[in-house]
Design a protein around this ligand. Structure first.
Ligand SMILES: [Mg+2]
Length: 94
């Protein structure tokens, strides 16, 4: 399954559950809450087994927002990666 198909499938499920947010800001705040959950899963020496699940929650919430706003995330990711690669090191050392 490609990333935009995952985004659509997840969006339709969240809609069916009646869980969609009314504002983009609220949806973004929930992305931040998932980042907090991921942080809690890697506070010790090694990340817990739940760490990957929290990373998935972050991505699913972002994909939900992108699908909502009609953003082709697969294409956007590829565009942004190419843009980043074209920027060089921007003064940072390895
Ligand atoms: Mg979570």
């Amino acid at each position: 399954m490609k990333i935009n198909e995952i985004a659509e499938k997840n969006y339709l499920w969240v809609e069916k559950m009646g869980w969609h947010n009314k504002t983009t800001l609220e949806a973004l705040a929930l992305v931040a809450s998932e980042v907090g959950e991921a942080i809690n899963e890697c506070r010790n020496e090694k990340p817990t087994e739940a760490f990957g699940e929290e990373l998935a929650d972050i991505i699913l919430r972002v994909l939900d927002i992108s699908h909502w706003h009609g953003i082709d995330m697969e294409n956007k990711l590829l565009e942004k990666m190419a843009k980043n690669e074209g920027r060089g090191t921007r003064g940072r050392v390895k």
